[in-house]
Write a protein that binds this ligand. Structure first.
Ligand code: CTP
Ligand code: CA
Length: 226
């Protein structure tokens, strides 16, 4: 049994959360994706809704159970996620980008199933749009939170992403640690702000991580109302 915040301090706030791993199609039956389960983003959506927020969850491929009381929009690719997020960005107060967005997609998406041929097949990939960076560039009143999945130099890369993508907070997780990151129910995260490390959390359930993160977010949104 876990204890979660009971206050309704996000009442009246519009919160946009992205979750899951995007799928980038090669052909009608094949795609490139990643190990993201979507659990962290779904936990965040639930935690924000519990605090009274009006939550929209933009979900790519996921194994997480649907969250009651949260408006969930399903998308497949990075491009679809970008569109779904931009449509709702203007009216959002808080955006949390927990999704594992593909960095590359196939240049060609075959309209029919690719047939096997030669011994080797080379796939040509191109960069997707960085959604978080786009949001950072267009940021006005929104409080923007990103994630940084790293296997080395967590603080260094997390701070680099915070600055480069104009985020208010970055949640860094070392995905090489057991009990953290992809496809498990727990996570070990460090929260970074403009000033550097804000909080280092022990191994916790993703739902607890979500709550602790929201506590930091709410404090900072109060300090600097958008
Ligand atoms: N992100 C995004 N759009 C992309 C790629 C990443 O919005 N096309 C977001 C993720 O949702 C996450 C943050 O950027 O909140 C960091 O993602 P991550 O993969 O850790 O960093 P990248 O900037 O993609 O850099 P790299 O993968 O090279 O470490
Ligand atoms: Ca990436």
């Amino acid at each position: 049994q876990q204890w979660f915040a009971q206050s309704r301090e996000l009442e009246g706030k519009k919160v946009l959360v992205t979750a899951g791993g995007t799928m980038e199609r090669l052909d009608p039956v094949r795609y490139l994706t990643n190990d993201s389960s979507g659990k962290m983003g779904f936990a965040l959506a639930e935690a924000a809704a519990n605090r009274g927020a009006d939550v929209t969850l933009i979900a790519a491929r996921t194994t997480a159970a649907p969250v009651a009381g949260v408006n969930t929009v399903h998308v497949e690719s990075a491009e679809e996620m970008l569109e779904a997020v931009l449509e709702r960005y203007e009216s959002a107060d808080l955006v949390i980008k927990a999704a594992a967005v593909a960095d590359y997609r196939p240049v060609v998406k075959a309209s029919t199933k690719i047939k096997k041929g030669n011994e080797k097949l080379v796939l040509e990939l191109e960069r997707t749009t960085d959604i978080l960076q786009t949001l950072g560039e267009r940021k006005k009143h929104q409080f923007l939170v990103g994630f940084a999945a790293e296997t080395e130099q967590l603080a260094h890369y997390a701070m680099d992403k915070l600055r480069r993508k104009n985020c208010d907070l970055i949640v860094g997780n070392d995905v090489s640690q057991a009990g953290a990151g992809f496809n498990v129910d727990t996570n070990i995260v460090q929260i970074f702000g403009e000033e550097g490390l804000v909080e280092s959390l022990p191994v916790l359930s993703k739902r607890e991580v979500a709550d602790r993160l929201l506590t930091q977010i709410v404090q900072r949104m109060k300090a600097a109302p958008g």
